[in-house]
Write a protein that binds this ligand. Structure first.
Ligand SMILES: NC(=O)c1ccc[n+]([C@@H]2O[C@H](COP(=O)([O-])OP(=O)(O)OC[C@H]3O[C@@H](n4cnc5c(N)ncnc54)[C@H](OP(=O)(O)O)[C@@H]3O)[C@@H](O)[C@H]2O)c1
Length: 294
């Protein structure tokens, strides 16, 4: 096991679950906010100098950060609110910092939270392009890596599934964006966090790219499962993508709006995962029914 792990994004939705599963005293969380307790280090993915300091005594890095407001990019607030300016550049910055600090021999594993579909090169989605740039920077760094490509991650504290459960409970109908045929492979956040922690220091995890998710469902099937699990029977109302993109165009300018035209494209992106395993590093991935039931 490694002596010191740097968890970037450890205050985030997935990062918090990873932090809970890591041994206390064995890791520190990089956060933009002033270090409020032991185990935190102040730093910013977009500030290479802060990263040079952060990697000083580190032998493993977990990169699980994402810009605030995702999946709505807000370039008018600054490039750090875009995939290219944050995910791509931020991950490249970590590699830069490791090299500037001459720590490439010291870092024994770089674990990166990429995303499902990052292998689709023929794409217009900046989300995927940024993930590809980040993955490439890690792969070319010479540092042993483990890249995870999870599908949609859900669990307590998430941004989407909890909304779906609320829709099922309180709306007179269940809204579905698009035609309901968007494929997804939802993965329960505790499963994902445990897989990541189990991969730390494992020889067989090194220099691997691993897709993660439960067996494929369509969004229509997800809606039906959420309704069944909440004990509700409501009609599914399909909202055409073009209409949602138009609404998203205006909504994106509202602070904290969860939609924009490109966010609608992101949410309806058709990705089929061909290399899924039902069990990864000793963790049996739960079905959506099992995950929601917890
Ligand atoms: N959620 C999903 O369904 C899903 C699916 C597939 C892949 N992923 C990937 O998993 C990773 C984590 O996702 P998430 O949903 O857990 O993200 P999240 O909840 O949005 O977490 C973002 C974290 O990033 C940190 N952050 C933001 N700006 C930063 C900066 N400039 N410097 C350093 N840290 C910064 C924040 O920490 P501070 O505020 O403390 O600085 C925050 O805790 C992302 O790479 C995402 O693409 C997520």
């Amino acid at each position: 096991m490694f002596k010191k792990i740097l968890l970037i994004g450890g205050n985030g939705f997935i990062g918090k679950y990873i932090a809970q599963k890591l041994s206390k005293g064995n890791f520190k969380v990089l956060s933009r906010h002033k270090a409020h307790s032991e185990g935190f280090i102040q730093g910013d993915l977009l500030d290479v100098n802060s990263l040079i300091k952060a990697v000083e005594d580190i032998d493993c890095i977990i990169q699980s950060a994402q810009f605030a407001g995702h999946p709505v990019e807000r370039p008018w607030l600054g490039s750090e609110f875009t995939y290219m300016g944050f995910d791509a550049k931020g991950t490249q910055n970590i590699i830069k910092a490791i090299h500037y600090a001459k720590k490439q021999g010291q870092i024994k594993q770089f674990i990166y939270l990429s995303g499902a579909g990052a292998d689709l090169t023929d794409t217009n989605f900046d989300w995927l392009k940024a993930k590809q740039i980040a993955e490439k920077a890690i792969q070319e760094s010479g540092i042993p890596f483990t890249i995870f490509r999870p599908s949609w991650v859900y669990g307590k504290g998430d941004r989407s599934m909890s909304k779906f459960i609320w829709f099922a409970k309180y709306l007179p109908f269940f809204p579905v964006i698009g035609d309901g045929n968007t494929p997804v492979n939802p993965i329960y956040v505790e499963d994902l966090a445990q897989i990541i922690v189990n991969a730390i220091g494992q020889e067989k995890a090194l220099n691997k790219i691993i897709e993660l998710g439960s067996p494929e469902l369509t969004m229509k099937e997800v809606a039906e499962i959420v309704l069944k699990m909440t004990g509700k029977q409501k009609p599914l109302i399909y909202h055409p993508k073009t209409m949602m993109k138009l609404i998203g165009f205006f909504a994106q300018f509202i602070p904290f709006s969860p939609i924009s035209p490109s966010a609608i494209d992101f949410l309806t992106m058709k990705v089929h995962l061909a290399n899924l395993e039902p069990e990864v590093f000793g963790v049996k991935i739960k079905s959506l029914e099992e995950g929601i039931a917890i």
